[in-house]
Design a binder for this molecule. Structure first.
Ligand code: PAF
Length: 280
């Protein structure tokens, strides 16, 4: 497994592999790898000849009061896991090389970046879209894999790829959950055992919502109220949003039309967790 830190070396490597007719698959991450990331890597391994993993904690997607400094970093552990998934190259750039002095160009996917997490994390998706476009330009992948846990991020990237005619296929991958239902997230490591227990209300409320729909509920307001009540029962969860939306436009649904995206963001202590499901 090769570790490349330089932007130029990474691009040259990718261009050489492409010239040899090799298919490059790519999993961009911020490190602190968990089973969710590993599922993307395993699928990426199957889909191409060369598998690239990037690890870069992207400063432009964090707000001034967010957890950039504190974001979990586990370089040694990440390299071990990457090796286990037969990654060919780990691209591990430095912030000063991704954002050199004088950097001032950003990508803004206007509509899809506004609701849900965009409302509480202004500038977040601008940072995500910008770094992902840069990584695509450097790594030159044929296919890039993204998890559906960050559903809005996936939609923003799909839109960017379409709008800017980027020659890359985006492969969405299902959410990976712990046995007890908690969606895998790098931020789960912040949770105390009590917080982690409380966090189970999130996936529980998603399952209860699907059950309501199975039993014939068609009123979005009633579903949202049930989810809010389930989360609030724990006393530890502070809700940021509970939304039922059109999964393509991310606009709120006034009447239930399936499949519908049920998306949750909440705080447990200082840890922000998101989760979602498509109600069918
Ligand atoms: O999902 C993430 O880990 C990040 O948002 C991404 C896509 C690697 C961009 O920094």
């Amino acid at each position: 497994m090769k570790i490349i830190e330089s932007v130029q070396e990474m691009r040259e490597w990718a261009l050489a592999k492409r010239a040899q007719g090799q298919k490059i698959t790519f999993v961009p991450t911020m490190g602190a790898l968990h089973e969710g990331h590993l599922s993307l890597l395993r699928e990426g391994r199957k889909l191409g000849d060369q598998l690239v993993l990037s690890i870069f904690v992207n400063p432009t997607q964090f707000g001034p009061n967010e957890d950039l400094e504190k974001y979990p970093r586990d370089h040694e552990g990440d390299l071990k896991k990457a090796k286990g998934c037969k990654v060919d190259v780990v691209f591990y750039p430095k912030a000063k090389d991704i954002y050199p002095e004088g950097f001032q160009t950003f990508v803004n996917v206007e509509g899809l970046s506004k609701p849900l997490c965009g409302a509480s994390r202004p500038g977040h998706f601008r940072g995500v879209a910008t770094v992902v476009l840069k990584l695509f330009n450097i790594v030159q992948p044929h296919v890039a894999l993204f998890g559906e846990k960050d559903f809005q991020q996936l939609k923003v990237i799909q839109r960017m790829v379409k709008d800017l005619d980027l020659p890359v296929e985006i492969k969405p991958m299902p959410i990976v959950r712990e046995d007890d239902g908690l969606a895998m997230s790098s931020r789960n490591r912040y949770l105390s055992p009590e917080d982690r227990q409380a966090a189970l209300a999130i996936s529980l409320s998603l399952s209860k919502a699907q059950l309501m729909v199975d039993q014939g509920e068609t009123n979005p307001k009633k579903i949202i109220e049930m989810v809010q009540a389930t989360l609030e029962e724990t006393k530890k969860i502070k809700i940021d949003y509970v939304k039922l939306c059109n999964p393509e436009t991310l606009e709120d649904l006034k009447t239930l039309k399936l499949p519908a995206l049920l998306a949750i963001a909440c705080l447990i202590g200082k840890t922000r967790l998101i989760d979602n499901c498509l109600l069918r």
